[in-house]
Structure formats: C-alpha cells, structure tokens
Write a protein that binds this ligand. Sequence first.
Ligand code: GUN
Ligand code: ZN
Length: 451
Amino acid sequence: MAHRTDAAHGLCAHRGAILHFRSDPGTHDDRESFEFFDDGLLVTADGQVASIGPARELLSALPTDARVVEHRDSLLMPGFVDTHIHYPQTDIIGTGGRQLLDWLQNHTYPTEGEFADPAHAREVAEIFLDELLRNGTTTALVFCSVHPTSVQAFFEAAAARHLRMAAGKVLMDRNCPEYLRDSPETGERDSRELLEAWHGRERLLYAITPRFAPTSSEAQLASAGRLAGEYPDALIHTHLAENPDEVAWVQRLFPQARSYLDVYDHYGLVRERAIYAHCIHLDHTDRARLAQSGASAAFCPTSNLRLGSGLFDLKAADAAGMRFSVATDVAGRRSFSMLQTLGDAYKVAQLSHQHLSPLRAFYLATLAGARALGIDHRIGRFAAGMEADFVVLDLRATALIARRIARSRTLAEKLLALLSLGDDRAVARTYILGRQAHARAASRSGSAACT
Ligand code: GUN
Ligand code: ZN
C-alpha cells in the first residue's frame, strides 16, 4: 500500500527502554510473545524502523554522524491502536444518559447532525487528531457521521499529518432522526465513491460502516454486504451486542435471525477485517462463529462501564478462540487515553473474577489492534521495514508514577503502574513515520525531534 514519500528523512536512533509484542502473551505471559530491552535502541530511517536491539550492540554500528535521541526514564512502544472511536462525538465526551439508547437519542444524534456543515467537520477532525496524538494513539478505526463530507474532512486531515487511519461513512436509513438518514441507494453510492477515493491512498483505509442493525433496513444491510464482497480488503465496522435493550430490539426487528450476530452474518458482514464494537451479550455459538470467521471484537471497557452496558467476558472470548483488541469508544467514555482504557479493562476483568495481565493489556492496545485491521505487517510492532509510529511513555510523568515505578521490580509491575496511574500526562512524545508529531508541554524544551 502506498504512503507518502515526502515524509522521508534520514537515520535517527532513539535510546530508552523498549517493549513490543510478537504475538498474544495470553493468560500466562508467554515469554516468546514480547521483546523487551531495558536499555534499547530503536533506529529509524525514511519513516521506517531500520533496526531494534540492545543499545550497547547497536550504538557501535551506527554511522558516526547518526543522531541519537536519549529518552531517559522512558518506555518506547509502538503507537497505540484504538479500534473503535467516533470522531463526531468529540464534543459530547463526558455527557450522561440513562443507557445506550437514551444517550444516542439525546446526545449522540443531535451532535452528529452538526456534521452536515463541512467547516464544522474539518474543525473537529483536527481537534480529534490532536487528542489522539496527545494520548499516544497513532492509528484508529473511526466512525464518521452519515454525511460523506465528514469522511472527506477526516481523511484530508489525517492525510495532511501522514497518519495511518481507517474510517467510514455511517450507514443509517431508519429508526433515527430524519436529518441523519440516508437511503440504501445513496448510502451505497456514497460509500463506494469514498472507498474508491480513499482506500489505500496515502496511509488510509476505508471501513464499510453500518451504525448498527437497528438503524439499517434489510435493503441497506444487503447493500453493505454487497460492498464488503466487492471490496474484500476494505474493513467492516459496526456495533454488536452492547446493551440488553438493544439486543431485544434487534430480536424484534429481525425475528428470523438466530442472534444479533446472525443478522450481520446473513448479509455477508462477518469476515476477516470486520470489527465489532462491544460484543458483550453473545452466546457460545456467536463467539465460535466470530473466531472461525477471523472477525474481531473491540473491547470498550470504559464506555461499557459508563453506559452500564455490561462486562466483556475475556475468558469466554479466549475459550472460543475469538480475536479482540481494546478501544476507547469516545464518546461513550470520558477520555481518549488508551492507558486509562487499559486501567478499566483490568477492572472489568477483576469484576468478572478474571485476570488481564498488564503485558497482555499492552498487547491488546498495540499489536492486537493492528491485527484486527489487517495491517500488522505495517504497524503494531517493531521490525525492520515496519512504519515507525511510536510513543514515548514517561516513567516519571507524575510523582506517584515515579515512586511506584521506582519500587517495581518486574516489567509487569511497571506496566501495571502505567495503566493504573497513567493518562495523557504519561505520553511524553508521539512519533509518526519517525517524526515527532506530539511533545507534551513539559517535554518541548528538550530536543528529541528527528526531522
Ligand atoms: N450503537 C449504535 N451507535 C452507537 C454509538 O454511537 N455509540 C455506542 N457506544 N454504541 C452505539
Ligand atoms: Zn461506538
């Protein structure tokens, strides 16, 4: 897939602790699944990873004029991948509602209506991308609004920053306000045009995006399935089994379907590169079907807690062999921070008397997301030739984090401290294609830019 070459630039070496994953550590923190260098070097060139390893070995092999950036008391990781987020909901972050369906009516739909105005869409897209980078998220799978111009605005903003982003126009032709409705015909036509224009351009991917089964007619779901068949490498992005009232509504609307997932399956929407947000109220048949299809779930712990939707069952997902990653679901939640989201994922596991190890949590926020999107050969881990999107986490970001880290004896303890106490303050710097794209205010005085 092509990406911009005008971001190309020379060799740069970043020194600090480095962690990345090769595979899922599972429930037992498989030692082969990750690579950790206490004093490591990440060498980038022309926007890609050139090499990674122990600093003492790699430093001597560097050309004498290579620039070395020292990241003291820091942990370098691949940038976070947020596999479910709504950019038009940026301005309703932190709002409340009784539960999902009430919140959609009273907060979500009115704010999405404002995206009929392209200028508004452009303004919010920039703020949204600033927030992602401030929180160390370098790739996201993004719901736009029903308006094609909202997708245009988002992709233009992402392309200008050379970001690897996935997004799509929401399809919704019933059970929603008139001002947000498309039709099976216009939804398919607009999606096709956007897909042709943006999928694979720069670093961007298109996602076919029916909002959820209740807001699409059968004709519209059939058209989404047609597109998914015609463009097998495009993503599919929707919501599934988030809330009990929603599940009951789907049962009434589609009485012939075995389950909520079965509705999507009937229309050819269950396959690899399909990402289903939430996946809480599923049975074993659904989980086995998801596992077998290669589709994956986006586990949205903070949103699920805030909207009272339920607890994602990690153990049942593992038992079925289902793939999942972690997502913020802004604005069902209160911040863009993947660190806070991991903190909530840990709590959700505890509430279910299950366990999420800190190592696995960071896998879910990086490589698992890249795998869900089918781009783990580009991002999500460090290896020569991979795109150099990474985050520098400050192990002394706050007085409490510094004290807690100082007392941590193992890597797992340090990661637990980061996900329990960390938020945007812990993100010192974010790099895109080897270039600094965000530096926390307190970090700006230092010279860590590689340009
Ligand atoms: N289900 C359908 N639309 C939405 C949405 O915007 N947010 C959440 N959390 N769930 C949904
Ligand atoms: Zn959502």
